[in-house]
Design a protein around this ligand. Structure first.
Ligand SMILES: NC(=O)c1ccc[n+]([C@@H]2O[C@H](COP(=O)([O-])OP(=O)(O)OC[C@H]3O[C@@H](n4cnc5c(N)ncnc54)[C@H](O)[C@@H]3O)[C@@H](O)[C@H]2O)c1
Length: 412
């Protein structure tokens, strides 16, 4: 099957005959993927249980910030390349099916395999043998091979592939067209079809076995998380010596090629990096020293700052303002953001905690930046959104671990 075989004239197509289906297609991974395929002329069945998000997309709006997505959505809708469905029995029976649903860890910090299994169980009666099923969510090592044997035990002969997503959230449109795509499958036919499918949007394909691709994705994310932890630990060591890590980091990186990738310190969390480090920890039966250490350092950083502030101030007489509630700069996504850990951990100690964010729209407690500055005695830069760089903090003391601000009233 080539990509030309997949493409059908948009006019003659409906949800059942679309070129492909993306299950979880209205999510953070789903939307850039859907729009990238549509931009290449394919018709896509956007299948998602969240009917509200589907309605938002259908009306031409994006449910969250995604760079470069708006014009692609408008064009895909105008060209009638998108179909919106919310039930498993509404998937396209013609083309491949790509699953991009969330794959969380549970209260024991272990992966929840049942989420993927349940999704597949619901889809199975509507999939036909020979159809290509691509898993794209981040998976615990061994999951793809396990699903392959699960399908075989049920007497089903689907073509199964695992092609993980590696975009940085919010930059999917640009990165999908620039980054190599990992392709793995449980049969040569499935590998060939998955390669043809992703060859339509990716500049380069890298072939691996499913378990290798599962590890590659998890290692990529855990490595990034560990990088943040290393720089955060350097920050804490420098601070304990009474030194300015920002100046040291600048000197380390200046015209020194081997240090260019060291990130600035900051509150590293979000929906993927910690969770994926935990998946590796679970696989390694908790014997993943760097992963353990990274979680301790990164998750401990807000608590360290609060401990410091409590020694320096009587917080029971102070209102603390938190600047930025998204998990990273220029994002509107508050999932697993350490800003909320700050809020929770400060609540018993501070007179009040106020929160603001220029992008987050899902939190009714947020107040405008001016109000937070006016009412707070102390400010903490939780997320380094660019617009805070030139904000007037009215001489209030500010904590800036990120090194974003040049203001004179930094606490540290
Ligand atoms: N967010 C990222 O930038 C990113 C990057 C790379 C990989 N990943 C991985 O991709 C996966 C998805 O992450 P996400 O951030 O897009 O999650 P998300 O919650 O934004 O999107 C998942 C979507 O799946 C839908 N969904 C859930 N169960 C469904 C079902 N049974 N049928 C149809 N729709 C269903 C949800 O309604 C939601 O819209 C996870 O495994 C994550 O680790 C995420």
């Amino acid at each position: 099957m080539s990509i030309a075989d997949l493409r059908a004239p948009a006019r003659a197509v409906n949800a059942q005959t679309a070129d492909l289906t993306v299950v979880g297609g209205a999510g953070h991974v789903g939307i850039p993927l859907v729009l990238s395929f549509a931009a290449k002329g394919l018709t896509v069945n956007v299948n998602d249980v969240n009917e509200q998000t589907l309605a938002t997309l259908k009306s031409g709006r994006l449910p969250f910030l995604e760079n470069g997505a708006q014009p692609l959505l408008a064009k895909a809708l105008a060209d009638q390349r998108l179909f919106f469905t919310s039930r498993p029995n509404e998937i396209s029976t013609k083309g491949p099916l790509i699953v991009t649903i969330g794959t969380p860890v549970d209260e024991f910090l272990n992966p929840v395999r049942g989420v993927v299994q349940q999704c597949i169980d619901e889809l199975l009666p509507h999939l036909h043998d020979g159809q290509l099923l691509v898993l794209r969510s981040t998976l615990y090592p061994g999951t793809t091979d396990w699903i392959d044997s699960y399908l075989a035990r049920k007497g089903r002969r689907l073509k199964l592939a695992f092609c993980p997503e590696r975009i940085s959230q919010g930059h999917g449109i640009e990165e999908l067209s620039r980054m190599p795509q990992l392709i793995s499958a449980t049969s040569p036919e499935a590998e060939r079809e998955a390669a043809a499918l992703f060859g339509a949007i990716a500049p380069e394909l890298t072939l691996l076995k499913p378990i290798e691709a599962e590890f590659a994705k998890l290692f990529n994310n855990a490595y990034r998380y560990i990088e943040f932890a290393v720089t955060n630990q350097f920050y804490l060591i420098a601070k304990s010596a009474g030194l300015d890590y920002k100046a040291i980091l600048q000197a380390m990186k200046h015209n020194y090629p081997r240090a260019q990738n060291i990130p600035t310190p900051g509150f590293a969390a979000g929906p993927c990096l910690v969770k994926d480090t935990m998946q590796l920890l679970a696989f390694a039966r908790n014997e993943f020293a760097f992963g353990n250490a990274a979680i301790m350092v990164n998750e401990g950083l807000p608590l360290h700052i609060i401990g410091d502030l409590r020694r320096r101030y009587d917080l029971s007489k102070k209102t603390v303002g938190l600047l930025g509630m998204a998990f990273k700069a220029e994002s509107d996504d508050p999932r697993a953001s350490l800003s909320y850990k700050f809020k929770k951990a400060l609540a018993p100690h501070a007179r009040a905690v106020l929160t603001t964010d220029p992008f987050v729209t899902s939190d009714p407690d947020l107040v405008p930046l001016d109000e937070v500055i006016a009412r707070s005695d102390l400010l903490i830069l939780c997320t380094p959104h660019r617009r805070y760089k030139d904000a007037d903090f009215s001489g209030k003391p500010v904590v800036d671990v990120w090194g974003l601000l040049d203001t004179a009233n930094l606490v540290y």
